[in-house]
Write a protein that binds this ligand. Sequence first.
Ligand SMILES: Cc1cc2nc3c(=O)[nH]c(=O)nc-3n(C[C@H](O)[C@H](O)[C@H](O)COP(=O)(O)OP(=O)(O)OC[C@H]3O[C@@H](n4cnc5c(N)ncnc54)[C@H](O)[C@@H]3O)c2cc1C
Length: 201
Amino acid sequence: MRVERLEHKLGIRSSDTATITFEDCRVPAANLLGNPDVNAEQGFAGVMQTFDNTRPLVAAMAVGCARAALELTRELLEEAGVRIDYDRPLLGQSAAAATYLQMESDWEAAYLLTMQAAWMADNRRPNSLEASMAKAKAGRVGNDITLRCVELAGSVGYSEHELLEKWARDSKILDIFEGTQQIQQLIVARRLLGLTSAELK
Ligand SMILES: Cc1cc2nc3c(=O)[nH]c(=O)nc-3n(C[C@H](O)[C@H](O)[C@H](O)COP(=O)(O)OP(=O)(O)OC[C@H]3O[C@@H](n4cnc5c(N)ncnc54)[C@H](O)[C@@H]3O)c2cc1C
């Protein structure tokens, strides 16, 4: 087994991503992951089942990343004298406060979908639809919120003095791995319309 190269990435740089080559590589039976009675025919279905558990986790990472960006942005806005008022309509507040409140409502939707998908996984209820909905929403919201927080904080948001620029870079992969935004939307559409993968590509 050879590590061919380490990738240089936009984000999640503390997690190495590498190209690995296996050549005439023997793996002892004791080192096999999962069931030793490997059933190749069930391989794809097994991977899909794993996603029902892991997609809510990646959605949760996106929710957490966006939450961190929101909290820091709120502090920076308050320091700059922007008042965020939950009791007044958006139209009566500054553009920065209105943008912030809209981001929070989007965040809440992603959070609730993620909690639902994770609760269903924990309670062994079929959750493929909910897991994809949560992943699609949280992945997109994570990208939108972290980037808009950079925007709202201006030059402070873009600089490396604060973590906003890092979270904006880190959030992109959360919309990609464990199934991209587009693939989640495809899965949701297939399930809602009752179509197979051959019928809706
Ligand atoms: C940093 C990093 C770490 C990763 N870590 C892991 C890991 O630990 N384990 C693991 O198994 N994988 C990992 N991956 C792989 C990751 O899950 C895939 O890259 C991801 O699912 C996208 O698949 P792909 O690269 O084959 O993209 P492609 O399938 O080539 O897609 C390219 C683009 O086309 C779009 N697209 C594809 N098909 C359709 C369609 N039918 N309709 C509309 N749009 C479509 C996609 O949404 C995407 O935007 C990692 C990837 C990266 C970048």
